[in-house]
Design a protein around this ligand. Structure first.
Ligand code: GAR
Length: 228
């Protein structure tokens, strides 16, 4: 079981921008809420990502793998994979990571890469749906509920097993920016640390390609438990 075999789960967080989801993870760690999880490295796809400063302020080592310095997705993905291996990553979190990677990365870490997406998958997701674009599409469609999803990454963009979701209301007069803030505050910053904690506690199981949360006092064994 996860957490019983290793004293520490090394968490590597990949970022591209402001890093508010990284901050939610740092805050959860500082409150002692990540079980044996420890954010051991933050990797940024851009040198100007403010997330790098958040990491530095908290004494977390950082690496910059500037997407612009790599010719294509495959060479960039190789560099990311090498960095993850060097960092001995047990759990990888895409927290506002805006670069699509080759499937070599998700294949190397099955059910060990989590992504936070700012909508209720399978709506408003996939290629082209990222950041504010997601909220623009939500407002354009007229849906009354949106939210956030934390899922495992696989070879399909936003297509891996869903771990946690939380709904958030769309309100009259919302702009993409206002809606983005509400989704972050009410959903993303809560379910991302929660999913990481559940992983570190060995409480996420995979059956038939779907993720299930094990109840704490439910000792019934499952076909597959994600282990670091
Ligand atoms: C977050 O809303 C995150 O869900 C989204 O970008 C924002 C990053 O904010 N990610 C995607 O759209 C990925 N498809 P942050 O840098 O402040 O965490």
């Amino acid at each position: 079981m996860l957490g019983s075999q290793k004293t520490q789960t090394n968490i590597v967080v990949l970022v591209s921008g402001g890093g508010t989801n990284l901050q939610a993870l740092i805050d959860a760690q500082n409150r002692g809420e990540l079980a044996n999880g420890k954010i051991t490295c933050v990797i940024a796809s851009r040198p100007d990502a403010y997330a790098l400063e958040r990491a530095a302020k908290n004494g977390i080592p950082t690496r910059i793998l500037n997407r612009k310095e790599y010719a294509d997705t495959v060479t960039y993905s190789r560099a990311v994979l090498e960095a993850l291996q060097e960092e001995n990553a047990d759990l990888i979190v895409y927290a506002g990571f805006m670069t699509i990677l080759d499937e070599m990365v998700s294949r190397a870490y099955p059910y060990r890469i989590m992504n936070v997406h700012p909508a209720l998958i399978p709506s408003f997701c996939g290629k082209g749906f990222y950041g504010l674009k997601v909220h623009e599409a939500v407002l354009q469609s007229g849906v009354k509920l949106t939210g956030a999803t934390v899922h495992f990454a696989n070879e399909i963009v936003d297509g891996g097993a869903i771990i946690l979701q939380k709904a958030v209301p769309v309100e009259n007069g919302d702009t993409p920016e206002i809606l983005q803030k509400r989704v972050m505050e009410q959903a993303e910053w809560k379910i991302l640390p929660e999913a990481v904690r559940l992983f570190c506690e060995g409480r996420i199981s995979i059956r038939d390609g779907r993720a299930y949360i094990d109840l704490q006092d439910d000792a019934v064994s499952s076909e597959r438990t994600v282990e670091p």
